[in-house]
Design a protein around this ligand. Structure first.
Ligand code: COA
Length: 259
């Protein structure tokens, strides 16, 4: 599907979504968010798609935040709707049964940092900068940043970054556990593809269950261990489990079908 603010291409089962507003540092305006929602929904149901990479166009920014030009005239009601809409889209990413990697190619600020954090893994280029600068504008993160930053790096450093609006460089983000890898910009997509190739060789339904179980750890009122028991049972009821066990016992490579 052609989009106005996104470039999308699928090769060897990997969908690459590039947010394409480089002159605005890929800031997330309403239509960009809506296009991300559509492309993610399509990725859920498209059997060709086995993994997803989200990145930004150009060499300067992944996403420099929500589009500040759209902040004028935000009433209480409109602001809550805007935040709820962002949550819905970022939850769609976080709960996607297929692996989603953020290829962070520069500034990941505000909604950009929140977008990266909603992805399952993050690979950053050496020039990346992460931050939640919302307090500079008199607001707070509204797309999950106050929750996911704590989940990823812990309360101590999360509170500092949220209250000071400080940006952290890629190497510090790695040290904090905010990103999985830091690589030169020219190797960013290749590194993401390398990780996704590894995951692609595993049983897809088991990968989906891993994502569900890990996310269950952070859901209110859900007993994660109980959740794991049921998910384990579901996995044992798949053809892929029979294939995986048989392949091991017969010393051959498993050929998983996602069934
Ligand atoms: N929303 C809308 N436009 C944005 C934007 C945002 N979040 N971030 C950058 N832009 C636009 C700038 O207005 C500028 O547009 P213009 O050329 O039409 O004036 C263009 O992108 C380039 O940005 P600029 O500020 O000139 O680049 P810089 O290298 O001097 O600074 C940043 C880079 C990232 C430090 C700076 O753009 C910035 O602080 N952006 C806002 C970050 C933020 O607060 N995000 C959270 C929003 S809730």
């Amino acid at each position: 599907m052609p989009y106005t603010n996104l470039l999308t291409k699928t090769e060897s089962g990997i969908l690459i979504i590039t947010i394409n507003r480089p002159d605005k540092l890929n800031a997330l305006n309403t239509s960009t968010l809506s296009e991300i929602k559509d492309t993610m929904k399509d990725a859920y149901s498209n059997h060709e798609v086995k993994g997803i990479i989200i990145t930004g166009a150009g060499e300067k920014a992944f996403v420099a935040g929500a589009d500040i030009t759209e902040f004028g005239g935000l009433t209480l009601e409109k602001a809550k709707n805007m935040s709820a809409n962002g949550h819905e889209i970022f939850n769609l990413i976080e709960n996607c049964p297929k692996p989603v990697i953020a290829a962070v190619n520069g500034f990941a600020l505000g909604g950009g940092c929140e977008l990266a954090m909603a992805c399952h893994l993050r690979v950053a280029s050496e020039n990346s900068r992460f931050g939640q600068p919302e307090v500079n504008l008199g607001i707070i993160p509204g797309y999950g940043g106050t929750q996911r930053l704590i989940q990823l790096i812990g309360k101590t450093k999360a509170l500092e970054l949220l209250m000071t609006a400080d940006m952290v460089k890629a190497d510090e983000a790695l040290q904090l556990g905010l990103v999985n890898y830091v690589v030169p910009q020219a190797q960013l997509i290749a590194k993401c593809l390398e990780i996704l190739e590894k995951i692609k060789a595993k049983a897809p339904l088991a990968i989906g269950k891993i994502i569900e179980c890990v996310n269950a750890c952070f859901r209110d009122g859900v007993d994660g261990l109980e959740f794991e028991i049921n998910a384990f049972g579901d996995c044992c009821n798949t053809e892929d489990f029979k294939e995986g066990a048989d392949a091991f016992l017969n010393k051959r490579k498993a050929d998983f079908k996602g069934k």
